[in-house]
Write a protein that binds this ligand. Structure first.
Ligand SMILES: C[S@@+](CC[C@H](N)C(=O)[O-])C[C@H]1O[C@@H](n2cnc3c(N)ncnc32)[C@H](O)[C@@H]1O
Length: 251
C-alpha cells in the first residue's frame, strides 16, 4: 500500500479535514451510537482522527489499526500530544488478522476504507469473528468502483467511468504514463474494484450479520439525489451507485 503513503498528506491539515468530516459520517449512518464503556476498533484508522472522536464519546478502549506505517506514526504522534487518551487509545500498524486474535469488540467502525481493502474476504471474515455477539459494524465508504469516479482520481481519467470502460491492460498502460512506479495491477494502487453487487453478497447477505441499516447514494446534493433515482433502473444501478453506508449486527 505504498500508493497511499504517497497520496496521503501526513499533515495537520489532512487530519483536520478528516476530523471535520466525522459528523457527516455519523449523520449518514443515522446518528452517533453510544460508545460509553465499549471496546471499539477503527479499521483503516489512517491518522487516528476517528479514534480520538470515539474516545471522547466515552469508549473504554479504542484500537486504531492501519497497514500504512506513515499513518500510524502520525496517529501515535497525535496520541503523544494528548496524554489523557494514552490509557484508552492504541494504534497498531498491520493487519487485523494478525493482531491479538483473542480480542473482541463491541463496535467496529470503518470509514472510507472498505474499497481499499485488497484481501477483502479475509478481512471481512476477521471483522465478523472479532465482533462480540450483537456487536455492530458501522461502515461507510465510496466512491464505489463502478461509479463515475470510482478510480478515486488515481486512474487520471479525463472522463467519468473511463476506468470501467477500458480493459484492465489498457487502463494500466494509461495509468503507468503518470507514475514513476510501474503498476502491474489496479489492486497495487490500493483499490479492490469490488462492485456494489459484491458488497451486497458479502455484507447484506452475510449469514453471520443482520442488517440494521443499509443506504446506497446517501449524499443530499442534487447530483447524488439524481443518481439515487437513476440507480433504481436495474441495468444502471451499478454505475449510478456512488457510496454505501451500513450498520450490521453480529448474529
Ligand atoms: C481513506 S483512508 C481511511 C481514512 C480514515 N478511516 C478516516 O476516517 O480518516 C483508507 C485507509 O485504509 C487503510 N487500509 C487499506 N487496507 C487496509 C487493511 N487491510 N487493514 C487496515 N487498513 C487498511 C489504508 O492504509 C488507508 O489509511
Amino acid at each position: 500500500m505504498n500508493f497511499f503513503k504517497k497520496q496521503i498528506d501526513d499533515s495537520e491539515s489532512w487530519y483536520e479535514k478528516r476530523r471535520r468530516g466525522i459528523p457527516l459520517f455519523w449523520k449518514r449512518l443515522g446518528g452517533i451510537p453510544s460508545f460509553n464503556g465499549l471496546t471499539v476498533l477503527d479499521l483503516g484508522c489512517d491518522n487516528g482522527n476517528m479514534c480520538f472522536f470515539i474516545a471522547k464519546q466515552g469508549a473504554k478502549r479504542v484500537i486504531g489499526i492501519d497497514i500504512n506505517a506513515g499513518s500510524i506514526s502520525f496517529a501515535k504522534k497525535k496520541l503523544e500530544e494528548q496524554p489523557k487518551f494514552k490509557d484508552k487509545i492504541e494504534f497498531i500498524c498491520g493487519e487485523l488478522q494478525k493482531y491479538n486474535p483473542g480480542m473482541k469488540f463491541d463496535i467496529i467502525v470503518s470509514r472510507d476504507t472498505f474499497e481499499h481493502i485488497i484481501n477483502f474476504n479475509d478481512v471481512l471474515n476477521e471483522v465478523v469473528r472479532r465482533l462480540k455477539p450483537k456487536g455492530r459494524l458501522y461502515v461507510g465508504f465510496g466512491p464505489l468502483w463502478n461509479s463515475p469516479y470510482g478510480g478515486h482520481g488515481r486512474m487520471k481519467m479525463p472522463i467519468p467511468w473511463g476506468h470501467v470502460l477500458l480493459p484492465e491492460k489498457v487502463l494500466l498502460k494509461w495509468v503507468n504514463l503518470f507514475y514513476s512506479k510501474k503498476f502491474d495491477s489496479i489492486e497495487e494502487m490500493g483499490l479492490n474494484r469490488l462492485a456494489l453487487r459484491d458488497y451486497e453478497r458479502l455484507l447484506l447477505k452475510n449469514p453471520s450479520l443482520k442488517t440494521i441499516y443499509w443506504k446506497v447514494n446517501h449524499g443530499d446534493r442534487f447530483l447524488s439525489r439524481l443518481f439515487a433515482k437513476i440507480a433504481r433502473i436495474p441495468l444502471l444501478r451499478e454505475y449510478f451507485s456512488h457510496d454505501l453506508y451500513a450498520v450490521l449486527e453480529k448474529k
